[in-house]
Design a protein around this ligand. Structure first.
Ligand code: HEC
Ligand code: HEC
Length: 324
């Protein structure tokens, strides 16, 4: 405390500001003097608390970077470890579903609605990562990349056919079982003249009721095209020959675009996924594509053909009996 006349009480350096009772620091600027106001108590205690907290943190958690890695902390916690644990929890949750999807033949998947739902949602996620760059975010495709939402299938739209397309790809060098077929380059390789190409183009357009039928074109079509695209242009999935009678075009439906395709066809290539995605992910993707609107029911053709062969046998037998 200061004396009444303001003279220092203790040493010569100690002067006290009367109104506040606070000591002067001793600095002065143009008559304004600095006071040595103490820190507020709450601030000082927060500061100490922070120090204590920091020491505790350094002991418990990874903190100091060292040359190879950081100090580890006695709790042994790491962000990587936490991430791995969360992934493990999710993997555990999905394990029964994954096991189910791995064991059920894909054509039987729709029999269990819950499995099908899980597969579709898993497939939707995998589609975003692997397929959108070519087929578009909504799977609607673009020129050369088919729309996967419609029921117009080049190679087949049941679960099994879609799975085969995904596993082995289309015109993909990585699998011997890839979907493979090439339309001849009728113009470039001199199989048809420009006039013939123009005639057959007119015929192709008439298949979709978008042009006048013409006799010459129809004859060329029957001779050159029907073996792959079918007599009435409905296509052949075994050969990946698109339906020419619907209004859906992979490479465009204008006269010029169709002529171009006949002159020197474009051929789409899709990689197979068997080396990049595990079988369950491929199953999920097939389920997702199947669910987009154009999915078809699986028909067991081998069983059907087998049954047909058995039915046909007595007849053949009868004929051969007569012949005998
Ligand atoms: C590099 C581009 C590319 C990527 C990536 C791609 N596709 Fe394709 N996909 C194509 C092309 C091109 C075709 C058409 C091939 C043809 O002309 O027959 C096609 C065809 C298909 C078909 C056959 C459609 C039909 O009508 O039969 C399916 C199903 C399909 N893709 C699904 C997928 C899925 C699922 C993925 C992701 C795992 C995927 N695609 C990724 C390019 C791609
Ligand atoms: C060996 C089988 C084969 C023959 C023969 C063939 N095509 Fe094709 N055609 C295909 C295939 C396969 C594609 C699809 C190419 C692709 O998906 O990349 C195709 C595609 C097309 C397309 C494009 C369809 C679209 O959706 O954009 C047209 C048009 C077409 N063919 C017309 C013809 C005509 C006309 C002839 C006869 C002069 C013919 N094709 C003969 C196999 C054949």
């Amino acid at each position: 405390m200061a004396n009444k006349d303001g003279s220092p009480k203790g040493g010569a350096s100690k002067r006290i500001d009367e109104p506040t009772g606070t000591e002067f620091v001793g600095h002065e600027w143009d008559g304004i003097e600095e006071l040595d106001t103490p820190m507020p108590r709450w601030w000082v205690w927060s500061y100490y608390a922070c120090i204590v907290w920091a020491i505790g943190y350094v002991i418990l958690y990874p903190a100091w970077p060292l040359l190879e890695k950081g100090t580890e902390g006695v709790l042994g916690w790491t962000s990587r470890g936490q991430f791995a644990a969360e992934m493990q929890t999710e993997a555990d949750r999905r394990a029964p579903i994954v096991a189910a999807l791995a064991s059920i033949p894909i054509e039987k998947l729709p029999e269990n609605a819950a499995n099908m739902r899980e597969a579709i949602s898993g497939g939707a996620a995998a589609f975003k990562v692997n397929c959108v760059q070519c087929h578009g975010a909504g799977a609607a495709g673009s020129k050369g990349y088919p729309n996967l939402n419609d029921d117009d299938w080049i190679w087949g739209g049941d679960l099994k056919a879609i799975e085969t397309t995904l596993v082995h790809g289309i015109r993909w060098g990585g699998s011997r079982e890839t979907r493979l077929s090439y339309m001849p380059a009728f113009g470039r390789d001199g199989m048809l003249t420009q006039a013939q190409i123009s005639d057959v183009t007119k015929h192709v357009m008439s298949l979709g009721e978008n042009g006048a039928a013409n006799q010459k074109g129809a004859e060329i079509y029957a001779a050159q095209c029907a073996s792959c695209h079918g007599p009435s242009g409905t296509g052949d999935r075994k050969l990946g020959a698109p339906n020419l009678a619907d209004a859906i075009w992979l490479y465009g439906g204008s006269r010029a675009e169709i002529e171009q395709q006949i002159y020197a066809p474009a051929h789409g290539v899709m990689p197979g996924w068997k080396d990049r995605l595990d079988p369950v992910t491929i199953t999920m993707l097939a389920a997702y594509i199947h669910s987009r609107g154009g999915g078809e029911d699986f028909v067991d053709r081998t069983a059907k053909e087998g049954a047909a062969a058995i039915e046909a046998r007595p007849e053949t037998g009868a004929i051969s009996d007569e012949q005998r």
